[in-house]
Design a protein around this ligand. Sequence first.
Ligand SMILES: Nc1nc2c(ncn2[C@@H]2O[C@H](COP(=O)(O)OP(=O)(O)OP(=O)(O)O)[C@@H](O)[C@H]2O)c(=O)[nH]1
Ligand SMILES: [Mg+2]
Length: 475
Amino acid sequence: MDYFERHEGGERAILVHLDIRQIQDPDDLSEFELLADSAGADRLALVTGSRSRPDAKYFVGSGKAEEIAELVREHEADIVLFNHSLSPSQERNIEALVKCRVLDRTGLILDIFAQRARTYEGKLQVELAQLNHLSTRLVRGWTHLERQKGGIGLRGPGETQLETDRRLLQTRVNQLKSKLEKVRQTRAQGRARRQKSDVPTISLVGYTNAGKSTLFNRLVDENIYAADKLFATLDPTLRRLDWQGVGRVVLVDTVGFVRHLPHELVESFHATLEETLEADLLLHVIDSSSEDMHEQIQAVKEVLAEIDNDVPVLNVYNKIDLTDEPAHIGYASEGQPNRVYVSSRQNLGMEELTLAVQQLLTGKLTTFDLTLPYDAGQFKNTLYELGVIEEESYDDTGRECLTIRLPSDRLRQLLGQANLKPIDVLPLAQATLLMPVLEEFEKVDDVEEPTMTEAEEKAFDEFDALHSETADSEK
Ligand SMILES: Nc1nc2c(ncn2[C@@H]2O[C@H](COP(=O)(O)OP(=O)(O)OP(=O)(O)O)[C@@H](O)[C@H]2O)c(=O)[nH]1
Ligand SMILES: [Mg+2]
């Protein structure tokens, strides 16, 4: 996938980080250093400073630019990393001055993504993002691109090198897009299948380095790549598991969020976020030992809000082995668990996590007393199979009375499937206060047999959305 020469680990790097007063919430310096390490850079020097706004030519002022050039010579650096977005011309101007490669923040993150991409789709996404990033910077040498495509016969008379390169680039971009579309279709089908099989999906989301993959591995009990580096995970990784105490679920490990993810990356990782949206429950994994915990939680919440996510969230405060917090569950005012304190690495709080997840997934169990109509045998069988019947008896007219315990949403869903309509269904606790419970169902005759299940409809809608999205972006 290497369309441009990616640097090898251990490259000698000069880091540049300015405080730009115009830009609020400047990228944190320590995160930048972490990013540089993650890319495999050997940090030789750090240039800092502040400006009220970026310089048009070099981003930094010309004095600062000279200083960087001097450091490059002195340390024999291979690369200068900027913790900012540079325009193509700024990047070119600095390169000309310092006489080594210059990478901006977007380029740096892309580089890390490229190193970490493990799945086919992830690799396609990264390459597409790289090419998009590079297309605006297509002034430097691109002979290797030409070499790759053979070059001969591709260059029309009078056409400049630049135009040829642009054309080749476009060809490759189109290829990638159609490959990606295929992968996405396959994935949408997989999703539809999963929904039909009624297995709940749980996604691990959170800031980078929070410990998602560690928790994932712990739960899956299967080793996938986890390392003390940013973006140890790039692609959503799915595993089916039989979670003791919870039941069968699909677990999804996702790529870590970073503050100020470049917009082009947000786009190219849309599929990852969509996957997140699909879940029945999100485990928001938080590094509770981090000084930046609150900012990181906020950053994740913002991303989730951006993709319009209304899936229930359980906050998982991880790494309690580094804090004083004991393993426990925290509850929201409505009595639902909303946070749990664990250590994935030290295996603490896993029972609490299981309990909280179980409660959230099954919903709040409620007791209902039902009086069934005479012809509801099929419905009763379904309840039997689900194991939700606690008591059964007959009333004096010979109709069956059941006491069942299950989430009210689930009951509503089952009633709909059986074409039954409750005249009145009261939770037992309220009902006993009022009177001896008597509820009835009446058969609904004028309801048409549904042709598609809700899950199928949803899958179809998604499919359409994916298609129109791809079509739009190709215009
Ligand atoms: N002390 C401590 N370290 C942990 C714990 N859980 C994870 N870690 C460490 O934190 C680092 C990051 O863990 P990962 O599981 O790779 O984090 P991640 O959230 O998947 O990171 P990205 O995939 O980059 O978003 C690794 O060095 C883990 O060993 C924990 O409970 N306690
Ligand atoms: Mg990970």
